[in-house]
Each structure stands twice: as C-alpha cells, then as structure tokens.
Design a protein around this ligand. Structure first.
Ligand SMILES: *Cc1c(COP(=O)(O)O)cnc(C)c1O
Length: 355
C-alpha cells in the first residue's frame, strides 16, 4: 500500500530496517549518542549555527511540538497573533486558549492567503502583541504561506515569529536568517520520512532563555536543558529515534532538503498535469502551493468515499478534505518513498475510474 496522505509516510526499506536495531535503554550512552546525532543533523539540515539554534526533541506527533513551542515561547506577559487559514492555524488558537495565553486569531477563509495589510493593521492597533504564529504549509489546502512577507512585518515591529513547519520542514525553503524567526516546530514522519512518535522544535537559544513553563510533559525549556546535558526527563520513543536518525542520514545522502524539494516538485507536477488531462483541477495554482501536498476538486458525480475506496483497491491511500471541504476536494501528498512510476499507476487508476 502506498500512502499519499500527509503523514505517516511510505517508508524506505532503509528506514524500515532501522527499526530492527538492538533493544536500547534510554539511560545508556548509546541512546544519548542517538539523541545527539538526531539533534545535530536537524540543526545541520538547514545549515544553522549550533551556537544560535538548537533542536529539541520530544515524544509525540507533530502537534506535541507545536504545543510545546506555543506554550513555551510566548512569555507570561506576551500576546500572540495567530494567523489562521486552515485547520492547523485554528489548532494553534485552541492551544493558546487551553494554556490561557493572551492571543487574538486573525481568521481567513480557508482558501485565502494571509492578508498582510489586515495583519499589519491588527498588529499596529494593539501594542501588546509580542509574537505572531503561522502555519508554513497549511496542509488543509496545500497552500504555502509567505513566511518572508510575515517575517518582514514582524521585523518592522520588533515582533517574534513562531512557525508550524510540520508539513514543510525538510522539503521547503525556510529562511532561518530572518531575525524575527524564533522557532519552527516539526515532526519525524512527514518530509523527513521517519516514523510517527518523534517530533521537535528548532529554536533560537536566545528565545529559550526567556521561555515560560506552562506544561509539565512538553516543557520546551526543560527538555532543551536536559538534552544539552545528554539527558532526557522521560522514556522517549526509542524506535522512532532510530528511524529519525536513519531518515536524516538518508536525506543527507540524497542531497538534503533542496534535493527533496526538487523531487517532490517533479512528482507534484506529474500528478497535477496528469489529473488536469483527466479533467480534475487543482484547488490552488502551483505557485501558491507547496510541493508536499496538493488539493484537487472531486470529479463531477464522484463522492470522496467512492474515490478513496476505488484507489485503495489499487494500492493507494489518498486523503479527504478536512471539515467542510470534504465534499469538495481530496488531497494527494508526494511525501515518502514515492516515485514517478507510482504516480503513473495512480493516474492510470484515475483513468479507469473516470472513464
Ligand atoms: C500534520 C500536521 C500537524 C500535526 O499533526 P499530528 O497529527 O499531530 O502529527 C500540524 N501542523 C501541520 C501543518 C500538519 O500538516
């Protein structure tokens, strides 16, 4: 079965086999070597300076990392503006509400790009804002939000930017040199091609120095401190760490995030062009979309469950639209061990269905 959903991904044999390594106690030096290799490789992936940035690992899915980042990096007297144009933006607002973090949510229609003029207006209307949170790749629609433009708005106002990069880290450009950027939260089992159970925050050491401690298990500051001392507060998902490290080695061998970006871009274009030939249009133009996942309009007279089941019978798992979008669209991700011949077979499947 090939997974075309946005994580977990179809594994390579190399990563799958890494799960079969020896049993490991997380209090032994071998585990801390593994933890250190993961952290070092994560910092190196975008060429970051380890004196300025650190990778903080945790056990949990991508949401754990987003929650840890949000709970830690908006200080007690801070205020967060959440830019929402999909399910994951909404989730950050819910996290902020849960922790009692002062915040406002700037809601957009899920099909819209962030409205920069409106964001600027909102930020200028309330000098209490200290932080802005945004989803880099809003997986709800496949839209790649413009981090550079948001970073510029933040820099002009001395605000700090927090990014959910769960479905972009490892395959899309992220400008870590942007002085407003404090943190990017991400996970092992999307563009990095690991297994679910390990997630992480790439965070500026300077931002961590002022971190709040609102949560026990997901306390980013404490996790960072202990990991810097080759330690860990709890039992980590050891096997997920094995897979993460092997996936990061494989990514480096394949040419890093730029090579992964190019590979996904080719697959996404192959799928887009092939579906267009079959009368199935994409929801967003390619220049507004990520290379990681694209949303398409359901063909006339075909309901999602019908399409899903027919493709599943042919060996492919596609993904429904979220919420109100489930009646209109479906999504195809090109993350994981997916190749051009797989997309060809997928398109053949569509031909048989829509004939
Ligand atoms: C997948 C995803 C998440 C996290 O989802 P989990 O199910 O917790 O892994 C968060 N944000 C975005 C943008 C995502 O695509």
């Amino acid at each position: 079965m090939l997974l075309l959903n946005p994580g977990p991904v179809t594994l390579t044999e190399r990563v799958r086999n890494s799960l079969l390594q020896t049993d490991l106690c997380h209090r032994e030096s071998e585990f801390f070597d593994l933890q250190e290799e993961a952290r070092t490789r994560l910092v190196d992936l975008y060429g970051l300076d380890a004196d300025e940035w650190q990778a903080v690992l945790m056990t949990g899915s991508g949401t754990a990392a987003v929650e840890s980042m949000t709970a830690a990096l908006v200080p007690q007297n801070g205020k967060l503006l959440v830019v929402e144009n999909g399910v994951y933006g909404e989730r950050i607002s819910q996290i902020a509400t849960q922790y009692g973090i002062a915040h406002e949510s700037l809601k957009h229609d899920w099909m819209q790009a962030p409205d920069l003029a409106k964001i600027a207006e909102r930020l200028d209307a309330d000098k209490a804002f200290t932080h802005v949170a945004v989803i880099h790749h809003e997986t709800t629609t496949g839209r790649l939000n413009d981090l550079q433009a948001l970073g510029a708005l933040c820099r002009e106002r001395g605000l700090r930017l927090l990014v959910d990069g769960v479905s972009s880290f490892g395959a899309e450009a992220i400008d870590f040199a942007d002085a407003s950027l404090d943190a990017v939260a991400a996970t092992a089992n999307k563009c990095l091609h690991g297994v679910p159970g390990a997630s992480f925050v790439l965070v500026r050491r300077a931002a961590l120095a002022q971190a709040a401690s609102r949560t026990y298990y997901l306390d980013l500051g404490r996790l960072a401190r202990l990991q810097d001392q080759r330690n860990t507060p709890f039992t980590p998902s050891v096997h997920a760490y094995y897979a993460l490290v092997e996936a990061l080695r494989e990514l480096a061998d394949e040419g890093g995030w730029q090579a992964r970006h190019a590979r996904y871009a080719a697959l996404a274009e192959q799928a887009r062009a092939g579906l267009a030939e079959r009368g199935i249009g994409s929801v967003l133009p390619p220049e507004q979309s990520s290379v990681v996942l694209r949303a398409y309009r359901l063909p006339d007279g075909v309901a999602y469950p019908q399409l899903h089941d027919a493709l599943k019978a042919r060996g492919f798992v596609i993904y429904a639209g979220q919420g109100g979008l489930s009646a209109e669209l479906f999504r195809i991700s090109t993350m994981g061990n997916i190749h051009a011949a797989d997309i060809d077979r997928l398109l053949q499947g569509f031909s048989e269905l829509t004939r």
